[in-house]
Ligand binder design. Structure first.
Ligand code: CA
Length: 221
């Protein structure tokens, strides 16, 4: 899952980036409104965390422009404590949730998990596909309740496919959502990760749709 963090206060941004990365997300950052608007308009994120007080273009304007342009990405707005009018404006402008500063990182993560689940129509923090379960709170994978050890990339891969179960996910979409801006995006490495993950989760879970991509939970013959 790939997240855009828009925050102009460097210390806060660094703390959030560290937290998000530790939680298995790929994170890109923008520190002013113009850059944020451009990235959100041209790139495909699973979620955007948006501070409202930003240089060059304020967060509300950025959000309104994304929505006016048809961008439906889930947006979690960061507001100043007690700024209820700001929160109302944010929600009216198309924010999906808000979090007043200062906040606990645990709460930020819980809200992000919930927003991403909701955006793909899932209700619970544990996602299942056949015998495989993925606990998005603990970043744990199990088969029939028995834990499976996976690498961070394998976790991101399985998580993305399971959050989008029932549809074919293309290789280019995976490359875009599993790697950050600074990472080398290599198809070979991705295919190798799929092969390793397949061995771990067992046969019949991750299916290849030749020429298209991969799918979990598709229709079986
Ligand atoms: Ca700010």
């Amino acid at each position: 899952m790939r997240i855009l963090l828009v925050e102009d206060e460097r210390r806060i941004a660094e703390d959030i980036v560290t937290t998000l990365k530790a939680a298995g997300y790929v994170v890109e950052t923008a520190s002013d409104g113009e850059e944020a608007w451009f990235r959100g308009d041209t790139e495909d994120y699973d979620l955007i965390v948006l501070d409202l007080g930003l240089p060059k273009m304020d967060g509300l304007t950025v959000l309104k422009r994304w929505r006016a342009g048809g961008r439906t990405v889930p947006v979690l707005v960061l507001t100043a404590r007690g700024a209820w009018a700001e929160r109302v404006e944010g929600i009216d402008a198309g924010a999906d949730d808000y979090l007043p500063k200062p906040f606990r990182m645990e709460e930020l993560l819980a809200r992000i998990r919930a927003l991403i689940r909701r955006s793909v129509g899932l209700g619970a923090p544990i996602v299942e596909a056949g015998p495989i379960s993925l606990d998005t709170r603990q970043m744990r994978v199990a088969r029939n309740g028995v834990p499976i050890a996976v690498s961070p990339l394998e976790y991101r891969l399985l998580s993305y496919l399971m959050h989008h179960r029932g549809r074919v996910v293309t290789v280019s979409e995976l490359l875009e959502h599993l790697y950050g801006d600074d990472d080398a995006r290599e198809t070979n490495a991705l295919e190798a990760a799929v092969a390793r993950l397949r061995k771990k989760v067992g046969p019949g879970i991750i299916e290849t749709r030749r020429g298209f991509g991969y799918e979990i939970g598709g229709e079986k013959a």
